[in-house]
Design a protein around this ligand. Structure first.
Ligand code: ADP
Length: 481
């Protein structure tokens, strides 16, 4: 299998509708075999400045298009992405490592944000509010925020971009995307297709760099950039937020998680095992909504572990382009070392290895199950971001709610149970932005994705998602009577 349309494999930055080749470059490697895939333009501050100038100029044009016109161009882009899904997935797999089927799923999922917001563009309604006096009328309109800086991670190199760019463009904003230095190729392939879709130049810009801090600084410090939308780690999210504070810049943050997965005594165990597998091992455990702590009621603890272990021991790891592979490599050496240290710390403090537990050749960690976990172990409070399932035993509902909420994070949470009263109580008590009830997969464009606490704020997708890119303007009409 090969990439059919080679012109999707770009290595230059994309600024003002042009491909910018820089003399200095950085290397992008395939995490499976460490083969170099590309030398990509390494942008510096001055390139960000050009992108901002281009986006500023383009904003005057793009924001004045009718919603219908913006919608049609977004729709073209969506269709081009779907036509090229296999090539885009291939590029994603070779730079990020996830199995091709999962990469195809990500491209379709990512494209759904462009399709959805192409439709939402036409539904940016205002309001007419009864005035306080006979002389007054109140109207409300919504206007695009302006230039958006989007900083995105490597774990979903395509979908984390479309989730921001789709609603931003629909609202009438223009964007500068800074993709992860590990996975710029998926971003550039999207840019190539956007070029064919008919966006005016400067509406979408992709600034590739290995100096994320410098480009982040130039985006946050420039007053023409009106909003930063960031997905990534909580420590970097805090830097972006602090830098944005100087100009009271709008910010959306989608940060780390520490998702609990609770199985109550009356749960359907087979369904819970399957849901836990999905939410734990998708993308090799490298998603911010992956299950991080599994809490099993003591009455079903052993049965669950036995069934779960059967499933986990049969996972096929390997090269994402090979048939039947379920988990690819980790993204880099640091990620492997961090996870191996979490396993060591837990086993030193009394955790028991039920499956896996070892590093394998290359950037692989065996799919691992650890039980007898307690809250003194590092794994309790760290975002694992790898194929390690950490299992706790609990006795009562109140105990498990307290321990599940005992984290600074508040992104995803999951639980399995059947009693509807328990379901309501637990769903309301969990301090997380999202709750999966008898399901391990909940990401969809139709729902608001986002967190609370140190997992960030703002929502992506759904009818709420476009509001992140709109300002509300209130017009007070006097002397109407
Ligand atoms: P992850 O490793 O999970 O992707 P990071 O928070 O390190 O999480 O990276 C997310 C995005 O933030 C990437 O595009 C990365 O290049 C970028 N980034 C890293 N450091 C900074 C920084 N100081 N300022 C702005 N962006 C940054």
């Amino acid at each position: 299998m090969d990439i059919k349309d080679k012109s999707l494999l770009r290595s230059e930055a994309y600024i003002n509708g042009e491909w910018i080749k820089k003399e200095t470059t950085f290397s992008v490697y395939n995490p499976y075999n460490h083969v170099k895939i590309a030398e990509v333009s390494n942008c510096i501050q001055v390139d960000t400045e050009s992108a901002i100038t281009a986006a500023d100029h383009a904003f005057q044009i793009w924001s004045n298009y009718t919603a219908n016109k913006r919608s049609r161009i977004l729709r073209n882009w969506y269709e081009l992405i779907i036509e090229n899904v296999t090539d885009l997935a291939h590029i994603l797999t070779i730079e990020q490592g996830k199995p091709l089927q999962e990469a195809i799923g990500e491209i379709k999922y990512g494209a759904s944000y462009i399709e959805w917001f192409a439709e939402e563009a036409k539904r940016v309604y205002g309001d007419v509010i009864p005035g306080q006096s006979r002389k007054n009328r109140i109207t409300v309109i919504k206007q695009p925020v302006g230039i958006i800086g989007a900083i995105t991670p490597w774990n979903f190199p395509s979908a984390m971009i479309t989730r921001k760019v789709g609603p931003a463009l629909a609202a009438g904003c223009t964007v500068i995307v800074k993709p992860s230095e590990y996975t710029p190729l998926s971003a550039l392939a999207l840019a190539e297709l956007s070029d064919r879709a008919g966006f005016p130049k400067g509406v979408i810009n992709i600034v590739t760099t290995k100096d994320a801090a410098a480009i982040g600084e130039s985006l946050t410090s420039n007053s023409k950039v009106k909003k930063i939308s960031f997905t990534g780690s909580t420590p970097v999210g805090k830097i972006v937020l602090k830098q944005s504070a100087d100009q009271i810049k709008k910010v959306t943050l989608e940060l780390g998680g520490n998702a609990p997965f609770i199985v109550f005594a009356d749960a359907d165990i087979d369904a819970a095992v399957s849901g836990c597998y999905d939410s734990k091992f998708r993308n090799g455990g490298q998603t911010c909504v992956c299950t991080n702590r599994i809490f099993l009621h003591e009455s079903i603890h052993n049965e669950f572990i036995e069934k779960f272990a059967n499933k986990v021991k049969s996972i096929k790891t390997g090269y994402g382009l090979d048939k039947g592979v379920e988990i690819g490599p980790m993204i880099n050496e640091n990620a492997v070392i961090k996870d191996i240290n979490l396993i060591k710390d837990a086993t030193n403090k009394g955790a028991k290895v039920i499956a896996g537990g070892m590093r394998k050749k290359g950037l692989f960690i065996e799919p691992t199950i650890l039980c007898n976990i307690d809250s003194n172990m590092d794994i309790f409070s760290s975002e694992i971001f790898g194929p390690i399932a950490a299992i706790y035993k609990f006795k009562s509902e109140s105990e498990v709610i307290e321990i599940a909420n005992n984290t600074k994070y508040g992104l995803a949470s999951y639980f399995y149970g059947r009693d509807y009263k328990l379901i309501w109580r637990v769903a309301e008590a969990l301090e997380f932005g999202m709750v999966g009830i008898n399901t391990g997969l909940m990401s969809t464009v139709a729902a608001p994705f986002g967190g609370i606490k140190e997992s960030g704020f703002g929502r992506e997708g759904s009818k709420y998602g476009i509001d992140e890119y709109l300002n509300i303007k209130y017009m007070c009409w006097g002397d109407v009577e």
